[in-house]
Design a protein around this ligand. Structure first.
Ligand code: ZN
Length: 132
């Protein structure tokens, strides 16, 4: 529908890598007093779910930090999908993800219907999730 989509995948990869580098630099600055924990967090080798990790962190907004780490992981995953040629396909059903969705959210992993179904399955009290 939009003639500018699909974008040149090479330029999309460059854009995502740029975002990744910027976010990494931003997180490193914020966590500068908590090296090498910052390196572990940025590499995905430490989790904010771990109370021991939380105790070592400098005073910071954990919700924001968690959101940024999630965004970093999403960028990692999108770059990997671009590299292996699976970018733009839903990880759940394998169908192409709507270009409109990718334009708004280039790191989207699922088509809208799979994402909606996934969000409806998310536990609200920690007990409803049933793996299929
Ligand atoms: Zn799907």
């Amino acid at each position: 529908m939009n003639p500018s989509f699909p974008p040149d995948l090479a330029s999309l990869a460059t854009r995502l890598q740029h975002q990744h580098a910027e976010l990494t630099a931003q997180l490193r600055r914020r966590l500068a007093s908590a090296q090498p924990l910052a390196s572990l967090l940025l590499a995905g080798n430490a989790s904010l779910d771990d109370p021991a990790v939380i105790r070592q962190l400098p005073r910071c907004d954990l919700t924001r930090l968690a959101d940024e780490l999630f965004a970093l992981r999403s960028l990692d995953a999108a770059c990997a999908r671009l590299a292996d040629g699976s970018y733009g396909r839903c990880l759940s059903c394998g169908e192409p993800i709507a270009p409109e969705r990718l334009r708004v959210q280039p790191t989207a992993q699922n088509c809208l219907s799979c994402q909606t179904a996934h969000e409806q399955r998310l536990p609200t009290a920690g007990t409803r999730y049933q793996p299929s």
